[in-house]
Design a protein around this ligand. Structure first.
Ligand code: PAF
Length: 287
């Protein structure tokens, strides 16, 4: 039984993390892992609960990873609230919080990069070229540090999920990568730590993203030409009140490649990124 009222143990460095995991392994426990950047919400807690279904012990990390932010992005203002996060994690059944410092993750002299091709091409990379390099290096490190049996990633960041899955396979990282369905509010808005930046008026507009994508997904599933579906969805997002749309794209679900015949003829995903004020929202749906 997990005592959900006890404070959650926190490991601040790899040695402390590994000592606990080693001890669990000695006792024959399986281990699951949920990487996060903190500012937790119900979406993260769903990952933690799912992790608890899949293994005896759950490790979650909270690390706001500087290498996945560009200089002009929100690294400095990204919400940080460790005590609250720890309490929420404990309540959801997490057994250990790994919360390393930037210095512990990237000590002086750190020079290694990880580049994943395939699914990291296009979409987010066209607008945030630094992003998957940063994600790949930190996730490779975290997976090596925790050495869990299974690790959970939200489908909300669908391209990230495909990139991490490809990387783990290519680098023979022995942790199974599991995607978990996106948690949404009552209006269909995908939960995200960055939703906290939205004003009430922006929130109303943000809640229309999912509807526009759902309509486009139906058209694409009916084999309407993808270019037209993407164009209409793009226009609909602007009409809904989004100030700028980075992309709306229909791609193959597994490797995020384009459909060469211009119609959906295999499992697909529609993905979008759009701006409201200073906030960039992403979402996606299966087709
Ligand atoms: O999805 C996130 O929160 C981050 O990109 C991750 C996977 C924790 C890596 O920093």
């Amino acid at each position: 039984m997990t005592d959900t009222t006890a404070p959650l143990p926190i490991a601040r460095n790899v040695e402390a993390l590994r000592a606990t995991v080693r001890d669990w392994r000695r006792q024959g426990f399986t281990v699951s892992f949920v990487p996060t950047m903190g500012a937790l919400h119900e979406g993260h807690l769903t990952l933690v609960r799912e992790a608890g279904q899949r293994a005896d012990k759950v490790v979650a990390s909270v690390f706001v990873n500087p290498t996945q932010f560009a200089a002009h992005e929100d690294l400095g203002t990204y919400p940080r609230r460790e005590a609250e996060d720890a309490e929420m994690l404990a309540g959801a059944g997490c057994h250990l919080l790994f919360a390393p410092s930037v210095q512990a993750m990237y000590p002086d002299g750190f020079v290694t990069t990880v580049t994943v091709g395939g699914p990291s091409r296009g979409l987010e990379t066209d607008f945030r070229p630094h992003f998957f390099g940063g994600v790949a290096v930190v996730v490779a490190k975290l997976l090596n540090q925790v050495q869990a049996d299974v690790a959970m990633f939200g489908e909300k960041d669908y391209q990230q999920l495909r990139v991490v899955t490809r990387m783990a396979r290519d680098l023979d990282i022995p942790t199974e990568i599991v995607g978990v369905a996106t948690m949404r509010d009552g209006h269909g808005l995908a939960l995200s730590s960055r939703n906290a930046y939205l004003s009430e008026a922006e929130l109303d507009i943000a809640r229309r993203l999912n509807g526009v994508l759902a309509e486009a997904a139906i058209k694409a599933a009916g084999r309407r030409p993808i270019a037209g579906v993407e164009r209409d969805a793009y226009t609909d997002l602007l009409k809904a009140g989004f100030e700028r749309v980075d992309y709306v794209a229909v791609r193959r679900a597994d490797d995020l490649g384009a459909f060469p015949d211009g119609v959906v003829d295999a499992p697909a995903r529609i993905l979008a990124a759009a701006w409201l004020g200073k906030t960039r929202l992403i979402d996606n749906l299966p087709i």
